[in-house]
Write a protein that binds this ligand. Structure first.
Ligand code: PGA
Length: 252
């Protein structure tokens, strides 16, 4: 069976006090469950706080971005090795907000994917189309291109230590979730693209869905055959919601 992952993406939210409350509630509400992993991807300044709070708990943690470079004169950037220093297990790569607001190209995202693995992190590679792209019928072309950039530079074998997150841009933070069928179709497409290069690897690859996942809709998404968990934004900031989503991942 593929392992399931529920990843919280806190985005640029939080404070020491708010994080403390959220982490305490998550620790009290989330317990190790066979086949399901939980992680929270937090803003860089809070990594030390999260590392201390989650030591010994059944919740991993990570960051939301990293530099494609290992070190050097890159003011304001953070390397994969620095993230490892704070116990990070995961890192988001190519989130649509990074692509759209900070101009991250497929090439740069592929470089970040490689840098993450080079540092021993598990990249959560985000792909997804905009509403305009969906409406013009090019969803598979866009997602295929985003995937190809990584497959071409790292090789299909690299996906053994990676997670793919399908996040339709039109569903992120909008309250408009893709229907389970819409999400399933793209997940199956992604698995198919990988499967053409390595069928066994594709069968074991975790592909999670992101975009307005909540406690109330998680289960119907997670029951789809190619959806292996979720990448959660807004609902990851509300302990009961995140716990309910994690519970849904454990039930299917
Ligand atoms: P959302 O965000 O759950 O708030 O839609 C998901 C994401 O951007 O990863």
């Amino acid at each position: 069976m593929r392992s399931r992952l529920v990843a919280g993406n806190w985005k640029m939210h939080g404070s020491l006090a708010a994080n403390r409350r959220l982490l305490e509630a998550l620790k009290a509400g989330l317990h190790a469950s066979a086949g399901v992993q939980y992680t929270v991807c937090v803003p860089y300044p809070y990594l030390a706080q999260v590392e201390a709070a989650l030591a010994g708990a059944s919740i991993a943690w990570g960051a939301q971005n990293l530099s494609e470079h290992a070190q050097g004169a890159y003011t304001g950037e953070v390397s994969g090795a620095m993230l490892r220093d704070f116990g990070c297990r995961h890192v988001l790569v190519g989130h649509s907000e990074r692509r759209a607001l900070y101009g991250e190209t497929d090439k740069r995202v592929a470089g970040k994917f490689q840098a993450a693995q080079g540092a021993g992190l598990i990249p959560i590679l985000c792909v997804g189309e905009t509403l305009q792209e969906r409406d013009s019928g090019v969803t598979e072309i866009v997602v295929g291109r985003q995937l190809a950039a990584v497959l071409d530079s790292s090789g299909v074998g690299a996906l053994v230590n990676a997670v793919i997150a399908y996040e339709p841009v039109w569903a992120i933070g909008t309250g408009r979730t893709a229907t389970p069928q819409q999400a399933q179709a793209v997940h199956a497409f992604i698995r198919g693209v990988v499967g053409r290069q390595d069928a066994k690897l594709a069968a074991g690859l975790s592909i999670v869905y992101g975009g307005s996942v909540k406690g109330a809709n998680a289960k119907e998404l997670f029951t789809m055959s190619d959806i292996d968990g979720g990448l959660i934004g807004g609902a990851a900031l509300v302990a009961e919601e995140f716990i309910a989503i994690c519970a849904a991942a454990g039930q299917v």
